[in-house]
Design a protein around this ligand. Structure first.
Ligand code: ADP
Length: 317
């Protein structure tokens, strides 16, 4: 099958561009792997693999028109052959498309060719807090204030757009070059269509699942607050609050609200975690309550973090 005329033109033009690229870029990007976005007339070169997900492989992508680097999720059409699988990806794109906030990964473009679908996103070159915690085991309270404030800001923006994320976890908290936190992955997210609407089910398995979601009692924005509590705990302790060796036991503990707070934690953060992990959704704090909690107001909150914090414990004044 002959590609449309403009595709040939684009690839020719970009081949010319490739010859003028710096040797650094030529080494970092595969100049034989050209990806053409026919929705915006943009040509990309594929670079190094950033990570693998359930469906997608995520690569650095160089936009040859702007010379800027993005993250491109590439999903083989053979992996999403069933209509509901593609539907799910399109829903994710629809939810994320119009969101624009400094703590939410920016959506750039969605397009397809014969083999793949492509989702182009803002590049988060320092990976996720999973990677940080792997090196660090646990973080200091000032660092947790730094990450948590940005998480709460991002989630607040998402909620103000009537979207519940439903899968807040360390792997969905990405970091860009400057160590800004970016909330990612709207694969389990949902839109609340009217005030007070309760969602009954989630299509998928959220990592930090709230008891009301587990028990299918009807859930809403408060399920994300529960996850914020789990994230705070995990960052400070190095493991999730309800972790056991089996999913069944973990779910039992969540239902029984059975977790322990190490005595090494400050009183203020213990109180904040307890409030977020309240079994009754209505009794949990709002996002604004979290930011005005004593944990934030009575301790050091760094304005920026050095990238060295990804691998080594920082010293604060
Ligand atoms: P899937 O939807 O198939 O589960 P993910 O969204 O989990 O795919 O992405 C797979 C991996 O790609 C992630 O673990 C993460 O490391 C990486 N990744 C995803 N989005 C970005 C991004 N915007 N910038 C950098 N890396 C990313």
């Amino acid at each position: 099958v002959q590609p449309p005329h403009h595709t040939i033109m684009e690839v020719k033009r970009s081949t010319m561009d490739i010859n003028s690229l710096s040797s650094d870029i030529q080494q970092r990007f595969d100049t034989t792997f050209i990806i053409y976005d026919n929705t915006s007339n943009t040509t990309y070169l594929r670079g190094r693999l950033l990570g693998k997900g359930g469906f997608a492989r995520c690569y650095e992508m160089l936009n040859l028109d702007s010379n800027r680097i993005y993250a491109g999720k590439i999903i083989s059409k053979t992996r999403i052959a069933k209509p509901h699988q593609k539907q799910k990806i399109l829903r994710e794109v629809q939810l994320q498309k119009n969101l624009k906030h400094r703590n939410v990964v920016e959506f750039v473009s969605y397009f397809e060719d014969d083999q793949n679908v492509y989702i182009i996103l803002e590049n988060c070159s320092r990976k996720s807090l999973v990677h940080v915690l792997k090196h660090r085991k646990c973080l200091t309270e000032p660092e947790v204030r730094y990450y948590l404030r940005q998480l709460v800001d991002g989630v607040d923006y998402v909620h103000s757009n009537q979207i519940i994320h439903r899968d807040l976890k360390l792997g969905n908290m990405l970091l860009n070059e400057a160590m800004d936190l970016k909330l990612a992955d709207f694969g389990l997210a949902t839109r609340v269509d009217y005030e007070g609407e309760k969602k009954m089910t989630v299509c998928g398995t959220p990592n930090y699942i709230a008891p009301e979601v587990l028990q299918k009692k009807g859930h809403s924005f408060e399920a994300d607050i529960w996850a914020v509590g789990c994230i705070t705990y995990a960052l400070l302790v190095g493991r999730p609050p309800f972790e056991t060796t089996t999913l069944k036991e973990t779910y039992q503990r969540i239902t029984q609200n059975n977790y322990t707070l190490p005595s090494s934690l400050s009183t203020s953060v213990k109180n904040l975690i307890r409030r977020c992990l309240h079994p009754e959704p209505v009794s949990r704090p709002t996002l604004q309550d979290i930011l005005s909690d004593e944990f934030f107001t009575c301790g050091f909150l760094p304005h920026s973090l050095s990238p060295a914090c990804c691998t080594a414990m920082p010293k604060f004044p």
